[in-house]
Design a protein around this ligand. Structure first.
Ligand code: BGC
Length: 731
């Protein structure tokens, strides 16, 4: 039966039961930073952490300190109750220790309230009935508190959104209601530039002032960008006076609450633009908060109509998955000069750098749900090909070598040499992702204009990066595979496979499109694709692929003895030196390869590898659990898959773990989506199969699973029940 789009939409809304509303469970001071990351708002253009509107007593956002490169997985974050974060992808600058990083920009949602002269402080002991929630359906963050005193009881409600309709607008509404007694209300609302990024001040000049009906703040960054905030407000029952100081622009107001005036409502619209915007935006709509918010809500609703996944029978995963989709939507960018950083622009962790996470973990969501956004991500890598060429040169090679950690130029920004030097698989991952995009969309123009040049340049690099043996075979030495706990290995199976695939595709493209290259080059590419060392099996089990040639020689680890506190990473229990010579994986490696090339491995082989690697994998990286869960589901090992599902669900959602403090793990969110779609629903991969199909293996408690997806130009609705499955073509 064909279901109309409208009907499906209504279905989802009627059954919503506030499933899109994620509530903070009471106020816990220790969880402020976690929720700042988890409830981060964004619209693809700008992202703002969910910091409280009122600053917190004793917490400075402009603390300067030395943050040096460290092993990021195990780094102990700086102790602070709260960390602002306002990020515009592409606005970056050089940090003294961390190379080029995304800049934490002035905070647009500052609103401080004073009652009888005392500033309201969320950590104060006069706060009651705290309630804060994020409505994923519209990206709206709402906080309500009551402030109590002998003389009054006042309710303060803040609501805010970054418009999905007009992406330059940050919208905020504050309603202050006198519930009992009387009091004098004062407030200041504005934009606050007293911020630092990883302890460093990137804002070299700040200009503030007033004009006709606005106040403004302009910041010049050390990356040479200007970021311009223009603020307008409207309040019933209260006069607002524009003002500005060295680092803030604002409006102030005051009022005696009591008698006939018991409530004031303040609307704030902040227009944010930079010198790097495509459009020259001017906020001249004249619309107020409610109308602008309605327009934004409509756009969000339309996106959810396409991207939502409805699970019946598992509320926890339903919530986690919607949170995942929310953050992926929030990061969908219209700008092919940027990608998505490892923290999904929700914190300063990983410095706003782009990793292979984008191509391997996040891209599938965009391919199947928002292919125009997927295009921007793969195009970004083409746009930064020059940076990759520079990287190759610095390492002494021709061609292009993509950065392990990239920023906007594509040059290497990883401050830790062992990853920068050895984790070379990213260069092949990018080609894999580009081909994945082309196979889904048939975008031949992109293939010819962007993919072929990337393949040719990266092939030049690979040809020189390989070492030839006497028997004519080729090897990749000194490699760190996805498993970052073995840094300098020989012939990492994952890396070699991805490189072979990339070279095979390059040779095919040269021949098919008569790409004008030297004949010798083509022959070398073909030779390398055929002779780069393939899989080597374990000595006592030929089904198991060795992670690298010397894998069996590494020391065995007694996990039970060493890893005594499982709430902490394994890496915290062992010195790096010992870890680097042991058989303990940080994350999926051979299994990751099997996930990416599903058609090449039989069920028996997959099972054998799964069983071998599972007990020695620590999942210290958040990129690991979903790979295991997805493969377990595809193997029909539903119980194991469910165990992993819980881990994946909790990585950011568990407020006791506080995983989102430095920003959410957006690759894990992309992984959760993949685990549900490719694992539990068993959707075919458009990379390998022309026709859409499903092979469900739902967890025991799930009653049903339904979602819409694009597949090679058509749109489908997939519905899976306990004993039923259906794919309906919608268009
Ligand atoms: C993982 C990498 C990942 C990076 C960024 C590291 O901990 O080992 O695979 O790319 O985090 O998410």
């Amino acid at each position: 039966m064909k279901i109309s789009v409208r009907l499906v939409f209504t279905y989802i809304r009627d059954n919503m039961n506030n499933e899109f509303l994620i509530e903070e469970k009471g106020f816990d001071k220790r969880a402020i930073k976690h929720y700042e990351g988890l409830f981060c708002q964004g619209n693809g253009y700008v992202h703002v952490r969910a910091s409280h509107e009122d600053s917190i007593y004793g917490v400075r956002q402009d603390d300067e300190y030395d943050r040096k490169p460290a092993n990021v997985t195990l780094e102990k974050p700086r102790e602070t109750l709260s960390k602002y974060g306002t990020f515009i992808p592409g606005v970056t600058g050089v940090h003294p220790y961390l190379k080029d990083e995304i800049i934490n920009l002035p905070y647009p949602f500052m609103t401080e309230v004073f009652l009888n002269g005392d500033k309201v402080d969320i950590t104060g002991n006069n706060i009651e009935n705290y309630n804060r929630s994020l409505d994923l359906y519209s990206g709206t963050l709402t906080r309500t508190i009551e402030v109590v005193d002998k003389a009054y009881r006042v309710r303060i409600c803040h609501e805010r959104v970054l418009s999905m309709d007009c992406k330059h607008l940050a919208l905020e509404k504050t309603t202050i209601s006198l519930l009992e007694g009387k009091c004098h209300l004062g407030l200041v609302t504005g934009v606050d530039a007293r911020v630092r990024t990883n302890g460093f001040n990137h804002l070299v000049k700040i200009e503030t002032g007033k004009e006709a009906d606005r106040t403004y703040l302009k910041a010049l960054t050390n990356g040479g960008n200007t970021v311009d905030y223009r603020l307008r407000t409207a309040a019933k029952e209260m006069d607002l006076i524009p003002g500005a100081d060295d680092s803030r622009c604002y409006y102030t107001g005051e009022k005696n609450l009591g008698g006939s005036c018991k409530e004031i409502s303040l609307e704030k619209v902040v227009a944010i633009t930079t010198d790097r915007d495509f459009d020259k935006f001017e906020d001249n709509t004249g619309l107020g908060y409610e109308d602008l918010k309605k327009n934004s809500d409509k756009v969000w609703a339309k996106i959810w109509d396409d991207c939502d996944i409805v699970i019946k029978g598992d509320d926890k995963t339903q919530q986690a998955l919607r949170m995942a989709i929310y953050h992926l939507i929030r990061n969908a960018t219209d700008d092919d000069r940027v990608a998505i950083c490892a923290k999904g622009h929700s914190g300063e962790g990983y410095f706003g750098h782009y990793f292979w996470d984008t191509e391997i973990n996040m891209l599938p969501f965009y391919l199947y749900e928002m292919p125009d956004k997927a295009k921007n991500l793969v195009k970004f890598r083409y746009n930064t090909l020059d940076g990759a060429i520079k990287n190759a040169k610095l390492y002494g090679y021709d061609g292009a070598r993509y950065a392990w950690e990239s920023s906007v130029s594509g040059e290497e920004e990883c401050a830790n040499w062992q990853y920068a030097d050895n984790e070379i698989h990213v260069t092949a991952d990018i080609v894999y992702a580009m081909i994945n995009y082309v196979r889904m969309t048939s975008d031949q123009e992109f293939y010819k204009e962007c993919v072929i040049p990337v393949m040719i340049e990266t092939a030049k690099y690979w040809l020189q990066r390989m070492d030839k043996r006497k028997d004519g075979s080729l090897e990749l030495l000194g490699v760190m595979g996805p498993d970052e706990y073995l840094p300098f290995t020989r012939n990492n199976a994952y890396t070699n496979k991805l490189v072979r695939f990339s070279l095979e595709e390059t040779a095919k493209a040269i021949e098919k499109y008569n790409v004008p290259v030297e004949r010798d080059f083509l022959l070398s590419v073909k030779y390398a694709a055929e002779n780069l060392k393939g899989y080597a099996p374990l000595s006592d089990n030929e089904r198991v692929i060795k992670q690298c040639d010397e894998f069996e020689e590494y020391a065995d680890i007694d996990f039970g003895q060493i890893w005594t506190d499982r709430s902490k990473c394994f890496g915290n229990h062992i010195s790096q030196e010992k870890n680097y010579r042991s058989k303990a994986l940080k994350q999926a490696d051979v299994l990751e390869m099997m996930m990416l090339f599903p058609h090449e491995f039989s069920t028996e082989t997959l099972k054998a590898n799964f069983d071998y690697y599972l007990p020695i994998t620590t999942h210290d990286s958040s990129l690991s659990a979903y790979v295991h869960g997805l493969l377990a589901a595809r193997l029909g090992r539903t119980e194991i898959a469910e165990r992993f599902l819980k881990i994946v669900d909790d990585i950011d959602m568990d407020s006791n773990r506080r995983g989102a403090e430095e920003g959410v793990h957006i690759a894990n969110f992309g992984g959760l989506w993949q685990m549900v779609v490719f694992g539990f629903a068993g959707l075919s991969y458009s990379m390998w199969d022309d026709d859409i199909s499903i092979k469900p293996a739902l967890p025991a408690g799930w009653k049903s699973l339904e979602f819409k997806t694009l597949y090679k130009g058509n749109k489908y609705k997939v519905t899976i029940g306990k004993d039923t499955k259906e794919i309906v073509k919608l268009s």
